[in-house]
Design a protein around this ligand. Sequence first.
Ligand code: THU
Length: 131
Amino acid sequence: MTDRELVEKAFSMLEYAYVPYSKFPVGAALLMKDGTVFTGCNVENAAYGSTICAERTAILKAVSEGHRDDWVRIAVVGNSQDYCWPCGACRQMLYEFCPQLEVLVARKDHDFVKLSLAELLPRGFGPKSLE
Ligand code: THU
């Protein structure tokens, strides 16, 4: 799957975002080595702090289906002017399973940039930190 295809898959998730409070839909698509893609959208809650981000929806879908150590790349997209940068909590959760993950971040005109998670979360705290 090309980077562009992964980004467009994430854009296709915007319609499922449940965002009555922020009105800020976010989509995510997490690619595995075997080509499997786990998608996600943000799911908000009247108790605002219970909101789940799009990336974490995709992460939980992958891990709960047995995919922990075969991640390649994630696309994160929004309808925003600026690139839809992953929040700190999502960066941390991605780091747990794949510190070397590639991250595609898109904005509403579908332009995207490609970074490494290491650039987004340098010197992260992960499983090895507990050894
Ligand atoms: N959001 C995400 O889904 N991912 C991020 O990394 C940043 C923020 C969502 C959470 C909330 O539903 C909305 O964007 C506004 O913060």
